[in-house]
Design a protein around this ligand. Structure first.
Ligand code: C2O
Length: 501
């Protein structure tokens, strides 16, 4: 476990979670990467040290704190090419210093340099709240009640390309079995009969989404992406890359072993017929149960989980309500698609490519915001606006989980419904787009100056161009100057304004 003030050494080790040995990008010598455990109001100071040496994987790095808004510290957000230059050399370090303000809940951290997190640099980050409004619903909430889901490849990410990558296994808490592979250890979540647990489910996926369930047990969702929800009880849920849920698990069944299931939509074990023998599974084990594999069957219910049924607990009313004054609203449509001729993705015709200097560097150097990237790959957002982003559904390579840096947004319309909710829509930071023109609509307010990446969280699509940057309140960005150590990451760009630190 790491603390909010800590050192994160990024190095290469070899592991074989599913019986296949390969090199990975480890954190402090560990795979899976350790939990960062914080409390509400903590200040973070994480010194990331590049100790990468393996030439088969990326050797530069940069770390993103997924879901943390970085209010007043956009330079610490992490996406290389947007808010910083990479930590380029082995031996080089950079300290990410930020406050999460009032934010609490379930987050994660991951490399934001190319597809590096698929090779291992991905771990949970939880900000615990001593006064959690939902605390009466559960008794246990600790590092043993975190469940991470990750797609696992036998090929190092740089060799997977930007096409459809098929995972070899699903790792739950870093353990898993592959179809046809050996009966390696799988994760066990220990519970005691009669207790209620807050399970924090985190998808650290690079590509697949997962249909998640626990045999014989209901899941009562109370949080989505760091935002509390009204309790919603479901039998299964679908979780997309980058998303998180907290749910209450009531250990009210007979003492025994139960399968925890996470079936990917693509890749290893995506076919229902081979979802057995611990493939795509972990074990929920009651105290005093035998040490055997479960013999339980899937907990299927005709009521399918729909995001539209999730409602925010603490932030009722969507920004602007149903009819914001025309002058207050900034409408953005992000049509996206794939160009088969160039094999690149684009948003409104522009494919995200690395600018010659990171967006933030250009902005601080006085480059006009409209000039930092090709037309379409950026959108400048003014002060005091309700931004309404409409994302048309596209039937290309499945559903696309779009992530917004710097904000949680209200999901006015989710792709799975025609309902428009301006009253109490779920707030979150990753939303799946629809298929066949099923539009998704989100809203947020421009209360956080910074250049914020907005992109598909399928990493292979992002490196293929499926992203853009919202430059929010560019005139206010220089008010949060980066430290000199940030300038030092970009030796070629030495003419940045003097900073306050
Ligand atoms: Cu979880 Cu741009 O990232």
């Amino acid at each position: 476990v790491m603390n909010p003030v800590d050192t994160m050494r990024v190095s290469n080790i070899r592991v074989s979670p599913d019986g296949f040995d390969r090199p990975v990008v480890a954190v402090n010598g560990q795979y899976p990467a350790p939990l960062i455990r914080a409390r509400k109001g903590d200040n973070f100071k994480i010194n990331v040290v590049n100790e990468l040496t393996d030439p088969t994987m990326l050797r530069q790095t940069s770390v993103h704190w997924h879901g943390i808004f970085q209010h007043g510290s956009p330079w610490a957000d992490g996406p290389e090419g947007v808010t910083q230059c990479p930590i380029a050399q082995s031996g080089e370090a950079f300290e990410y210093a930020f406050s999460a303000g009032e934010e609490t809940g379930t987050y994660w951290y991951h490399s934001h340099f190319g597809t590096q997190y698929c090779d291992g640099l991905r771990g949970p980050l939880v900000i615990y709240d001593d006064n959690d409004p939902h605390s009466a619903l559960y008794q246990d909430d600790n590092e043993n009640t975190i469940i991470t889901l990750a797609d696992w490849y036998h090929t190092q990410a740089p060799s997977l390309g930007s096409g459809p990558a098929l995972s070899d296994a699903t790792l739950i808490n870093g353990k898993g079995r592959r179809p046809g592979g050996p009966a390696t250890e799988i994760a066990i979540v220990n519970v005691a009969q009669g207790r209620r647990y807050r399970i924090r489910l985190i998808s650290m996926s690079c590509d697949p989404d997962y249909t998640f369930s626990i045999d014989n047990h209901d899941l009562t969702i109370i949080e989505a992406d760091g935002q509390l929800t009204e309790p919603l009880t479901v039998q299964q849920l679908r979780i997309f890359a980058g998303q998180r849920y907290s749910f209450v698990l009531n250990a009210n069944q007979p003492v025994g072993n139960y399968w925890i299931r996470a079936r990917p939509n693509i890749g290893a074990g995506s076919l229902p017929s081979i979802d057995s023998g611990g493939i795509n599974s972990a074990i929920l084990r009651y105290a005093r149960a035998t040490l055997d594999d479960p013999a339980t069957t899937p907990h299927i219910n005709p009521v399918v989980f729909q995001e539209v049924n999730l409602h925010t607990l603490l932030n009722p009313a969507a920004p602007g309500g149903p009819n914001p004054a025309p002058a207050d609203i900034e409408r953005v449509t992000t049509n996206f698609g794939f160009d088969f001729a160039t094999a690149t993705w684009n948003i409104n015709g522009a494919s995200w490519t690395h600018p010659h200097e990171p967006v933030m560097v250009q902005l601080l150097n006085g480059v006009p915001p409209g000039d930092v990237l090709p037309e379409g790959a950026i959108r400048v957002l003014p002060r005091n606006k309700v931004v309404e982003v409409t994302i048309p559904g596209v039937s290309l390579a499945g559903a696309h989980p779009f992530h917004m840096h710097g904000h949680a947004f209200s999901v006015i319309k989710s792709a799975d419904s025609d309902t428009l909710n301006y009253v109490n829509p779920v707030r979150r930071d990753v939303v799946s787009t629809g298929l066949n023109g099923n539009t998704t609509i989100i809203r947020f307010t421009t209360d956080n100056p910074g250049p914020w990446f907005f992109h598909c969280h399928i990493e292979f699509h992002l490196v293929g161009g499926l992203g853009m940057v919202f430059i929010e309140r560019p005139e206010d960005i220089p008010n949060s100057p980066p430290p000199r150590s940030w300038d030092a990451l970009c030796p070629a760009y030495s003419n940045l304004p003097a900073d306050a630190t």
